[in-house]
Design a protein around this ligand. Structure first.
Ligand code: C2E
Ligand code: MG
Ligand code: MG
Ligand code: MG
Length: 281
């Protein structure tokens, strides 16, 4: 019974955590301190453009370098950040670090699209588009090389406001992806009206792809929908070459997954890109 699966939220979360003897208040204090001390780090996972084989961009995935508990993954603290009101600051730091990194890479000759995950509270915050613009300006980065990834369920919560905020981000030139696509309940009419640029098909469909005609139909129809709406289709969670080949055969635009690379610290991602370029040229 996880806090993530439960929309009632905080009460259940506290119950679970208390059962393990660690109190939520203590966790919140630690996370707050982590934000002050700069304990968050980003790993980057590449996105491969299927027709060309070019690495088109990366997705920034946050980790917490905890002083005693080691490297913590988002499942351990994203819900907490959201429920404790710390998400605005977390997202600000992630945007800041990722765009500083994008700039450093661009200066060294690699012009990568940077994808950043955002949370429900970001999208109902009317100041968010201005904050994004400010971070872009501070790092001198073009808006059209930033993509914000939002989950479908997130968009259902306060859809009018979310659509307004997304619309302003789109007007500024920022890309918007629907993450984990296919796991939520959006109607097609709603989806078609959203100001987005990408659909990221959830990895459950991608994992089932090889050897399953049903999964193949889902990918094919999602691809048709995406292209009919003028959207890029990204497949997440490709874990083997057969899956990548199948996605390429079906006409998927971009692919991400462990088969290509796990999310890596920035220096390791850079080496990975170098090694790949050396092999290909
Ligand atoms: P997501 O945005 O859907 O990211 C994809 C997740 O799947 C990542 O887990 C990634 O490491 C993992 N993944 C990638 N390729 C594969 C694969 O081939 N197989 C499998 N089994 N998994 C794969 P991670 O890094 O633990 O992130 C989990 C979720 O946490 C993300 O899902 C995103 O919703 C959230 N998250 C991550 N970073 C941030 C952030 O900076 N801000 C916010 N608000 N949420 C974040
Ligand atoms: Mg994502
Ligand atoms: Mg995803
Ligand atoms: Mg996912």
């Amino acid at each position: 019974y996880s806090a993530k699966a439960d929309r009632a939220g905080v009460a259940v979360y506290e119950e679970v955590r208390d059962g393990h003897g660690r109190h939520r208040l203590e966790d919140v204090a630690q996370l707050r301190r982590a934000l002050v001390r700069g304990e968050l780090v980003l790993h980057y996972q590449p996105k491969l453009a299927l027709p060309t084989g070019v690495i088109d961009g990366v997705e920034a995935l946050v980790r917490w370098q905890h002083p005693t508990r080691g490297l913590l993954y988002p499942d351990a603290f994203i819900e907490l950040a959201e429920s404790a009101g710390l998400m605005a600051e977390l997202t600000r730091q992630v945007l800041d670090m990722s765009l500083a990194q994008r700039r450093a890479w661009a200066d060294q000759g690699r012009d990568l699209t940077m994808a950043v995950n955002v949370s429900p509270s970001n999208l109902v915050d009317e100041d968010f588009p201005d904050e994004v613009a400010a971070v872009l300006a501070r790092h001198g980065q073009p808006a059209d090389r930033l993509v914000l990834e939002v989950t479908e369920s997130l968009l259902m919560e306060d859809r009018e406001r979310a659509v307004r905020v997304l619309g302003r981000l789109r007007e500024a030139g920022v890309g918007v992806a629907i993450d984990d696509y296919g796991t939520g309940y959006s109607s097609l009419a709603y989806l078609a009206a959203l100001p987005v640029t990408e659909l990221k098909l959830d990895r459950t469909f991608v994992a089932a792809l090889t050897g399953s005609p049903r999964a193949e139909s889902i990918v094919t129809s999602t691809l048709q929908l995406a292209h009919a709406l003028g959207l890029v289709l990204v497949a997440e969670g490709a874990e083997d070459q057969d899956t990548v080949d199948a996605l390429a055969g079906l006409g998927c635009d971009l692919v991400q997954g462990y088969h290509l690379s796990r999310p890596l610290p920035p220096d390791q991602l850079w080496s990975w890109l170098d090694a790949r370029t050396a092999v290909r040229s």
